[in-house]
Design a protein around this ligand. Structure first.
Ligand code: GDP
Ligand code: CA
Length: 327
């Protein structure tokens, strides 16, 4: 069995490759839910949906989120209410785009949660509706929410604490981050400790180390189990040649006092992970990574086409399995 600790886009691409090179039924994706939000009264789980839509080839590959061939009539119709909405009302927000077909997923999730189903149950039902065989588990059934405190800057949110989606979508991650907090993480229960204890291989997907993998690590027991199984844990760096392929991971690392490089990633992961997979572009950093106590695998990690994703998945899994055989 293979467990994959997952955020959104980077993880979904990796999981696509992985489920083409191994039996999808042997794969469990344990997905970040600290980006989850409620808008229009609807429960939205962006990372779970990105993984589900990508694995079923329903994703809009250009945007990286939402469904392919989407239409936006509901969003456009919200504009009608701009002029009548009282100040302070949260009705009809237009800063977060939800496509017409995508809405069906949020309708389903919201009502099932209201009926008393757990997020784990609903996520599995949605997975089955998309005909997927891979297991997809939300990191917790309890609410954990990433909050971002903005550093002093010339934005209206300077010094304020805002939700992750406000930071990411509304302010397009253009404001500097002073700190990140996962509200609810001190009491929420991680859904998949047994999977971590029993998996042959645990992969930390190429996802944002702070706000995608960070929330999973903040839950009780996760870092302890990973540290105890360190030789079976392998991470793929989301940072390539000092930059994120997409999103704020590189800036966020620097703003929070880390190095935006494969070495910075290695320092964050070395206590819980024995091996780091880095891109050919970072070949010259191998010695520094090894100095953190990690083994290093160098290969092409930019999953711009399915063949590269397949190879990356194969190299990642084989590197852990062959090491186990040697022992
Ligand atoms: P989000 O929740 O959708 O923001 O997604 P993640 O946290 O999973 O993804 C953001 C990170 O994934 C960024 O740091 C990207 O650099 C990384 N990423 C996306 N695609 C790839 C890829 O093809 N290869 C690697 N190595 N990293 C990727
Ligand atoms: Ca995310």
């Amino acid at each position: 069995m293979i467990s994959v600790l997952a955020g959104g886009v980077g993880a979904a691409r990796f999981l696509s490759g992985l489920t083409r090179v191994v039996d999808p039924q042997s794969v469990t994706a344990i997905v970040n839910t600290a980006d989850d939000t409620i808008l229009h009264g609807l429960n939205i789980s962006p990372d779970i949906d990105t993984v589900t839509y990508t694995l079923s080839n329903a994703i809009d590959t250009e945007r990286g989120w939402g469904l392919r061939d989407e239409t936006w009539r509901a969003m456009k119709s919200l504009a009608r209410f701009e002029t009548v909405r009282p100040i302070g009302s949260l009705a009809a927000p237009t800063w977060f785009n939800l496509g017409d077909a995508d809405l069906a997923t949020h309708f389903y999730r919201t009502v099932r949660l209201q009926e008393g189903a757990t997020l784990t149950q609903v996520t599995d039902e949605i997975r089955r509706a998309f005909n997927l065989q891979v297991r997809i588990i939300p990191m917790s059934d309890e609410i954990v929410s990433t909050e971002v405190t903005v550093a002093n800057c010339d934005s209206v949110v300077s010094g304020k604490t805002i939700s992750f989606q406000e930071y990411f979508v509304r302010y397009q991650h253009s404001v500097p981050v002073q700190s990140v907090h996962f509200r609810g993480a001190d009491t929420a229960i991680f859904s998949a400790l047994d999977e971590l204890r029993t998996s042959d291989v645990i992969v930390i997907a190429p996802s944002n180390p702070i706000v995608s993998i960070g929330p999973l690590r903040a839950l009780a027991g996760v870092d302890n189990v990973l540290a105890a199984r360190r030789d079976s844990v392998i991470a793929i760096s989301p940072i390539i040649a000092g930059a994120a392929l997409k999103g704020p991971a590189d800036r966020m690392l620097v703003e929070l006092g880390h190095e935006a490089s494969v070495v910075g990633v290695a320092r964050l992961y070395s206590p819980i992970c024995a091996t780091l997979v880095i891109d050919n572009a970072d070949q010259d950093r191998v010695a520094e990574i090894e100095a953190t106590g990690m083994r290093c695998i160098v290969t092409n990690t930019v999953m711009s086409d399915p063949t590269i994703a397949n190879n990356l998945a194969r190299v990642t899994i084989e590197s852990v399995m062959s090491r186990k055989e040697q022992r």
